[in-house]
Design a protein around this ligand. Structure first.
Ligand code: KG4
Ligand code: ZN
Length: 336
């Protein structure tokens, strides 16, 4: 089975061909980071325009690299939700037209389900059920992966996502967009105990996250120091921020796993590239004898292979779309 996956929900135009659900034959990613850097964040209209310019070339290269033609494909999978609406519409319209012109099934894929699937590409033997922490620029979710296509959200962020917190604090520290990776690099030589940062309390669902208080605390720390003319060590603040985010994510995920009886835990999403988060969750799982899975680094950020992989499982489960498929900016995983 050969599935083409197309991703355009944010600032990466990506396409990939995946064979038999888990074998990546090609993966092409055209990133717009350099362009959005000038503005300190993703500018939605620019993102849509670049997707429009790049998508044909990216898809053509993915087919060429895999040495397959459109006729060889069993289906065309595309991210239809959630994300920037104008960006999603480019991928959805393109995939629809392509599927119609070559008479192939169109397969809708939820972006977060795609992130979860990166662990199937990394670990050939991983199978549901398990508990997955998905932390990215737009989402922080603890999800019960009940089957390849059924999910239950156990916890979600009430405000900022973990990646957003990394990026906004990084920006305040003077790092370029997207700042998460710069915080990670700076943290390597910093003291994680140099700053005492808050672990925000969340009323109601104990597995929900809140990162806006932490973000505000870091920004206030920087402003206060600036007003007093005190120099802040960016490495120390980065290390403290990274340790705090890692502790919050790990603590809630482990508590959710224990409460729900999961001994199999996975990590996914752009923030799964973070060395502190990887180490903290992996260590906590090891201490409790849990199996732990995390994607190889090159699959952590947005890519087409994760959409092709999840698209393959959707296809096997009979999840296809007709010509009325539309992009959706916000959509819970439980509503797919
Ligand atoms: O999954 P992703 O590529 O896009 C979304 O679906 O949002 O995630 C991007 C997020 C950004 O916030 C980025 O700063 C963060 O992942 N990120 C990191 C690291 N690499 C990427 N955050 C912390 N440490 C990293 N090494
Ligand atoms: Zn993503």
């Amino acid at each position: 089975m050969l599935i083409l996956g197309i991703e355009s929900s944010c600032d990466e135009t990506a396409a990939s061909v995946v064979k038999d659900c888990r074998e990546i034959l090609s993966s092409v990613i055209s990133t717009q980071i350099e362009e959005h850097k000038k503005y300190g964040g993703v500018v939605p209209e620019i993102a849509s325009r670049r997707h429009c310019e790049n998508i044909l070339g990216v898809v053509r290269k993915a087919l060429d690299d895999a040495n397959v033609t459109l006729a060889d494909l069993d289906g065309i999978a595309v991210t239809y939700a959630p994300g920037l609406i104008g960006a999603l519409l480019v991928g959805v319209s393109f995939a629809k037209a392509l599927a119609m012109s070559c008479g192939k099934p169109l397969i809708p894929v939820h972006h977060i389900a795609g992130h979860i699937a990166t662990n199937y590409l990394t670990f050939p033997d991983l199978e549901p059920p398990y508990l997955c922490l998905v932390a990215s620029g737009g989402h922080s979710h603890i999800i019960e992966v009940l089957s390849y296509t059924k999910f239950r959200v156990v916890g979600r962020t009430r405000d900022d996502a973990a990646g957003e917190c990394f990026d906004k604090c990084a920006r305040a520290m003077g790092f370029p967009y997207p700042g998460g990776v710069h915080v990670d690099n700076a943290a390597q030589t910093g003291d994680p105990k140099a700053f005492r940062l808050p672990h925000p309390a969340v009323a109601g669902n104990e597995f929900d996250f809140s990162f806006s208080g932490l973000k505000t605390n870091v920004i206030n720390t920087l402003h206060n120091a600036e007003q007093k003319g005190i120099a802040i060590d960016r490495n120390d603040l980065s290390a403290s921020l990274q340790a705090t985010i890692s502790e919050i994510l790990t603590d809630k995920t482990i508590r959710a796993a224990e409460a729900l009886g999961y001994k199999k835990v996975a990590l996914a999403g752009g923030v799964s590239a973070n060395s502190g988060v990887r180490a903290a969750l992996s260590e906590a799982c090891k201490e409790r004898g849990f199996e732990f899975y995390m994607p190889e680094k090159k699959l952590c950020g947005d890519n087409g292979a994760m959409i092709a992989c999840q698209g393959s499982y959707n296809f096997l489960a009979g999840i296809t779309a007709d010509e009325s498929l539309n992009a959706v900016a916000t959509l819970s995983m439980e509503d797919i």
